[in-house]
Design a protein around this ligand. Structure first.
Ligand code: F6R
Length: 617
């Protein structure tokens, strides 16, 4: 979603702001803009609301202009209030042009504030909720407050989670950032004569690997080579930078046409990363040193709730299924936007495990905060260390997939699944639901996982033909059972978000209860049917679809000749222990949606209306 980048230094900020915005564009955006303080001390703003071309058009426009300055703020907008156009793009200025702000989050009481400001004679230039902040900050500066005081004052009048950056002609060397609640992070860094601020660590990496994360209810000033953090009462906060492990190369496409294809191909390494230092393949043991729960606590758990959104929810569903089957603790996964509002019964014996690659998803953070206040022990499975979720959870299990840039999650899902499988094994062993010999068998099979996934990735050929075929349909059905259900749901989600084809994921057993009404030659069905205890049931489901004239693509275990007799098309994945089958069947689901998106001329890295980091609910 919206991204921020700000610079205060000794070079022309304009091209650096554009570069900074390029680093955060993967979050998802439809507009882009910058404000700089020029050599006369005036604020100059340029912005574009041209959907996906916004940043390129802005880069061209600033390239053709004489715009320059040593201090500035930049923003990529993801529209919530007001359509996508130039006026609604950030930054927004106060009426006299002395203040410019960019904002992430939603000002929930903006109508009331706007009415008040309009009554006082302020003219609004946009339809956004954010513009009220420009005027509130502008008014507070005009009344003699410092920029920092003015930003705090404005934030105190609004409702909703917020991250703001602001510049003012009254203090032309300074950028102020403020964070209230969870509307995307703010991270700052400096080197000798430069200080930078962004919503994402990756944007700081060209300047420094030593970064400071700003917490909710904190305000930060950056100025040439200097970073100062305060609480909202004005007391100085002394915080040492931490050295980030993210690296810039990982965020480049390399020889791949898209980040998504690169990230799909990186999955064997992502799995290795998630197992590194945890699975000991020579001794057949598994440890998760990050878990802060005592063995006694793990033994007294009577429930595990996993939570997340979208693809992370599907990884959580897989996690629930392996935790329950291995450790015999009742476990289920629930959408965070539901969990946060339904006042669930939680307590010291319920372990809550949040799954969120970004660690910034607003609903997931809210569900986590709810669990924390209810006294439930809590862990988070994530990629982006340093993100807000790590500060809410009691313990963090990093998935170590390497930063994912494609909006559609692929390698972070498989690395989350790997991490959750390991959590299941550790819980099961601690609770003596499995013994060390059984752990050894599982660890041995996990050692094969990277190469099994690598060979599943080799099926690309058949996928191209099938994608051509699937691209002809307007409706698709995805079916699975047991641990294959989250994979079917993920297949449907990926097809919707990337190819924009209507796709439904369903438990196969649910078909007779309504879904069969849709079957016919105008809907194809993708069935995840590897050989396991539920295989025969899946064969029956395929026959039901065929009997009603439907076309079936089956994802099956290599060597399965029977399935060829019922399905129209078969994609084979490597044979492996049942516990690992979801890792195999996930691969064709990802490839089918990627290839179908290409057939239909969609951009798989930037699907329409979607954001990588969903910082508002
Ligand atoms: C779909 C996708 C999204 C995310 C969801 C949660 O491909 O990527 O559904 O999974 O927005 O994001 P995180 O994992 O950052 O909490």
């Amino acid at each position: 979603m919206c991204g921020i980048f700000a610079y205060a230094g000794t070079k022309n900020a304009v091209p650096l702001l554009i570069e900074g915005l390029r680093s955060v564009e993967y979050r998802g955006y439809d507009s882009a803009g910058i404000s700089v303080i020029d050599s006369y001390g005036e604020i100059q703003t340029m912005k574009r609301g041209d959907h996906k071309s916004s940043l390129e058009n802005l880069a061209n426009a600033v390239g053709d202009s004489l715009l320059s300055g040593l201090v500035g703020i930049g923003h990529t907008r993801w529209a919530t209030h007001g359509e996508v156009n130039q006026q609604n793009s950030h930054p927004h200025s106060s009426n006299n042009g002395s203040v410019s702000i960019a904002h992430n989050g939603i000002v929930e009481n903006f109508i009331e504030l706007k009415d008040r400001l309009v009554d006082s004679g302020i003219e609004f230039q946009s339809e956004t909720d954010s513009e009220v902040l420009a005027h509130l900050v502008g008014n507070a500066v005009a009344s003699g407050n410092s920029l920092r005081e003015a930003v705090i004052n404005a934030a105190s009048q609004i409702k909703g989670n917020t991250a703001i950056v602001a510049v003012s002609t009254a203090e032309p060397d300074l950028v102020v950032g403020l964070r209230v609640g969870n509307a995307g992070g703010i991270v700052v860094g400096k080197n000798d004569d430069v200080a930078v601020m962004a919503s994402d660590t990756i944007a700081l990496l060209p300047y420094t690997s030593e970064v400071i994360y700003i917490e909710p209810n904190e305000v930060v000033e950056i100025e040439k080579g200097d970073v100062r953090i305060f609480d909202l009462a004005g007391s100085v906060i002394d915080r040492e930078p931490i050295v980030t492990s993210q690296n810039f190369e990982a965020a480049q496409k390399g020889n791949h046409p898209h980040f998504m294809s690169k990230e799909i191909a990186e999955q064997p390494e992502a799995i290795q990363g998630a197992m590194r230092g945890r699975a000991d393949f020579s001794n057949g043991t598994l440890t998760l040193p990050e878990i802060s729960l005592t063995s006694e606590q793990m033994r007294s758990l009577d429930r595990v709730i996993l939570t997340g959104m979208g693809t992370s929810l599907h990884a959580a569903m897989f996690g629930a299924s392996v935790i329950e089957s291995l450790s015999r603790i009742p476990a289920y996964a629930e959408n965070s936007s539901e969990l946060r509002y339904r006042n669930p019964v939680l307590g010291p014996n319920t372990l809550v495990v949040a799954v969120t690659q970004s660690g910034e998803t607003a609903d997931t953070l809210a569900a986590m905060e709810h669990a924390r206040s209810a006294g439930a022990p809590q862990g988070v499975v994530l990629e982006l260390e340093g993100s807000q979720a790590t500060r809410i959870a009691e313990f963090t299990l990093p998935i170590r997939a390497g930063q994912e840039i494609g909006v559609a999650s692929t390698k972070t899902m498989i690395a989350s699944m790997t991490t959750l499988l390991q959590l299941a094994v550790v819980l099961a062993e601690t609770r003596e639901a499995i013994d060390s010999d059984q752990v050894k068998v599982i660890v041995e099979s996990m050692s094969e996982l990277p190469s099994l996934v690598a060979s599943a990735l080799g099926i690309n050929g058949q996928i191209s033909e099938l994608s051509e075929r699937l691209s002809k349909f307007e409706d698709l059905l995805y079916l699975g059972r047991g641990a294959q259900l989250p994979i079917a749901l993920e297949g449907a989600l990926k097809m919707k978000e990337l190819a924009y084809i209507h796709a439904e994921g369903y438990p196969a057993g649910e078909m007779k209860h309504g879904v069969n009404a849709l079957l016919g030659s105008d809907m194809a069905t993708v069935v995840s049917a590897p050989q396991n205890d539920l295989y025969e049931k899946m064969l029956s489901n395929i026959s039901e679809v065929k009997a009603r004239g439907g076309e079936v693509v089956a994802i099956a275990t290599e060597g399965d000749e029977t399935i060829k007799r019922v399905a129209d098309h078969v994609i084979y994945v490597p044979e492996c222990p049942e516990l690992l089958q979801p890792f195999m069947t996930l691969i064709p689901m990802q490839l089918l949606s990627y290839r179908t998106a290409l057939v239909l001329g969609r951009d798989p890295d930037k699907p329409r209306n979607l954001a990588k980091t969903v910082t508002v609910e």
